[in-house]
Design a protein around this ligand. Structure first.
Ligand SMILES: Cc1cc2nc3c(=O)[nH]c(=O)nc-3n(C[C@H](O)[C@H](O)[C@H](O)COP(=O)(O)O)c2cc1C
Length: 223
């Protein structure tokens, strides 16, 4: 698939065919692409917990969702995903890496990090998995594990070291009909609104728009 098509086709899909597992070679590819993500200092402080077996996935939902009640449509849809990849960030790997001689922050102080790049980089890896799923003809959704209580229950249930942070989960499978997210009614903010040229507040106008030409349109795609 053309890269532009992959980007434009990607959307969060929240219901999957429960009877079609993700082919093993696709699971491998998701992970191989995830580790191609960039990372500060090439720290690669990420980890991926792969849950393919029904028992493991049930365990995930049992510690992060209230299954004593009838699941709502979101939970029903997400529980149909045959694959969950929990993306874990590892701050200490970054602190260690930047204490090395070529970086030199040997005090390992977090004050050097106004932005938590461990979470940023893990998020980039997650995006590569979302795009890979689309490229392979599957669908995916990124979602959060929950509040602190659910996060702690999750870490314990899967023997994850307490210093790892589950940045989010990538659910993958073959798409089933799902409901369009109400959030999408907000509309996509246009480039002119979010991009600035030269100074913040001066809108970026695409070259084709300022020349009066029709803006470049990527290949048609379905949403
Ligand atoms: C950091 C992050 C957290 C998200 N958390 C959730 C979530 O908990 N549940 C969910 O259904 N979607 C979640 N989403 C998906 C967004 O709702 C979705 O990306 C947005 O509505 C735009 O839709 P699209 O990705 O289909 O274009 C999350 C996305 C991101 C990037």
């Amino acid at each position: 698939m053309e890269f532009s098509d992959v980007v434009h086709r990607r959307r969060m899909v929240r219901a999957f065919d429960p009877d079609r597992p993700v082919p093993v070679e696709v699971v491998d590819l998701l992970l191989e692409h995830a580790i191609r993500a960039p990372s500060a200092g090439f720290s690669q402080g990420w980890g991926f917990l792969v849950l393919e077996d029904a028992a493991d996935r049930d365990r995930y939902w049992s510690v992060t969702a209230d299954l004593s009640r009838e699941p709502d449509s979101w939970l029903r849809g997400m529980m149909s995903a045959p694959l969950l990849v929990i993306c874990l960030s590892d701050k200490n790997t970054y602190l260690d890496r930047y204490a090395e001689p070529d970086k030199g922050w040997s005090d390992r102080s977090e004050s050097h990090w106004p932005i938590p790049y461990w979470d940023v980089d893990t998020g980039m890896a997650a995006l590569l998995m979302l795009l890979t799923a689309v490229d392979q003809g599957l669908a995916a959704c990124f979602f959060g594990v929950g509040q602190q209580t659910e996060i702690e229950r999750f870490l314990k249930a899967f023997d994850v070291p307490a210093d790892r942070r589950p940045v989010g989960v990538v659910a993958v499978g073959y798409a089933a009909p799902d409901r369009r997210s109400p959030s999408l009614r907000r509309g996509r903010r246009p480039v002119e609104e979010v991009a600035h040229r030269g100074r913040f507040g001066t809108p970026y106008r695409s070259a084709s728009a300022s020349a009066g030409a029709a803006p470049h349109k990527p290949a048609p795609h379905k949403r």
